[in-house]
Design a protein. Structure first.
Length: 235
């Protein structure tokens, strides 16, 4: 297993956000975490990468316990997160946004800046522009490219389609499909149709607990399950 999350409990101060979440992602899989607002999707990803460490339970990456490692050490091991708010450095150029994230370590590097410029024409075109001048969709592309130059073995994407126009969501979907051929991916999404199209397996979270786990195809064919745990049924 590439990622094993076992019975994690995560708190913000006194308030409990996760109550015993367990999930696993195998090498090469694309897995989606679904659930209504506040269900605990972001917190699960934050717990995996050490931003909000769980107070109980275990996170293992390739069998190694990483539960209490600092976030920067987890990133260097190859778990790279594209956060929901993208966190582009607005005053740095697009190229500088990538340079600061470029992995320089012993693991094999497959995403050079040149490769990113080749495969993301939009980023190449705007490479000298300040990050803040990019549109929402372009910023999402940049956030994904920035995670890729961290040479992820496991790529975590928090709501990659959120707030984007349908045509951009389609582009992000194509990118996700091509990345999933070579990278293991765990992503969250509120857009059920998008999630079911791109994930092989899904977990549904409700109130900080896993309430469903199974193939995307099963969830796609079960409107009752969709209605019970998710705000919108798949279109
Ligand atoms: N920084 C924080 N401080 C306190 N409570 C928080 C914080 N972030 C999230 N929470 C709470 O933790 C719970 C889980 O939130 P989380 O953001 O993980 O859910 P989510 O499924 O990602 O939802 P969304 O789609 O709204 O991001 C919610 O009850 C939320 O209010």
């Amino acid at each position: 297993m590439m990622l094993e999350v076992e019975d994690i409990h995560t708190y913000y101060g006194e308030s409990r956000a996760l109550s015993g979440v367990s999930l696993a992602v195998d090498e090469g899989e694309t897995v989606c975490l679904l659930g209504r607002n506040g269900a605990g999707k972001t917190t699960t990803l934050s717990s995996v990468v050490g931003i909000v460490p769980p107070s109980q339970g275990t996170v293992r990456f390739r069998g190694e316990d990483i539960t209490r490692r600092p976030a920067h050490a987890i990133t260097r091991m190859g778990i790279c997160l594209v956060p929901e708010d993208r966190r582009i450095f607005g005053d740095l150029s697009v190229a500088e946004n990538l340079e600061v994230a470029l992995y320089r370590g012993p693991r094999q590097a497959t995403w050079s800046l040149e490769r990113v410029f080749d495969e993301f024409p939009v980023i190449a075109e705007f490479k000298d522009r300040p990050g803040k001048t990019l549109s929402g969709g372009e910023q999402q592309m940049l956030a994904i490219a920035r995670a890729l130059v961290g040479q992820p073995e496991l790529l975590l994407l928090d709501e990659p389609s959120e707030g984007l126009a349908p045509v951009i969501v389609h582009q992000i979907g194509r990118l996700l499909a091509s990345l999933s051929a070579s990278t293991t991916i765990l992503f969250t999404d509120q857009n059920l149709a998008f999630a079911l199209k791109h994930a092989q397996r899904c977990y549904i979270l409700a109130k900080g607990e896993v309430v469903y786990e199974g193939p995307a195809a099963t969830l796609r064919e079960d409107p009752e399950l969709q209605e019970r745990y998710l705000s919108v049924a798949a279109g």
